[in-house]
Write a protein of this length. Structure first.
Length: 85
């Protein structure tokens, strides 16, 4: 939820990443400490207010080349969708 209202999450995309077994969810403490996207979401909501869209939040830290390739394979189908920004 943002000061400008809620943002719908991409439930289908989240389910696919969870089912892969390769992605982890942040704990409440980790989520509270993570602020990299919070300042951007109200602007995104405002600029996309006329569009029907959902958000698939993915937090990425330092990754090896192998990990990057693994996650890229899971995310690639999402980027093949012409509606993905």
């Amino acid at each position: 939820r943002t000061p400008l209202g809620p943002i719908r999450l991409d439930g289908e995309g989240l389910a696919a990443l969870r089912e892969s077994g390769e992605f982890e969810e942040l704990s409440i403490g980790e989520d509270e400490a993570e602020h990299s996207i919070e300042m951007q979401l109200p602007f995104l909501l405002l600029s996309m207010e006329q569009a029907d869209w959902t958000l698939l939040p993915v937090v990425v830290g330092h990754l090896s080349q192998q990990a990057c390739a693994l996650f890229a394979r899971h995310l690639e189908p999402l980027f093949d969708d012409p509606n993905t920004l």
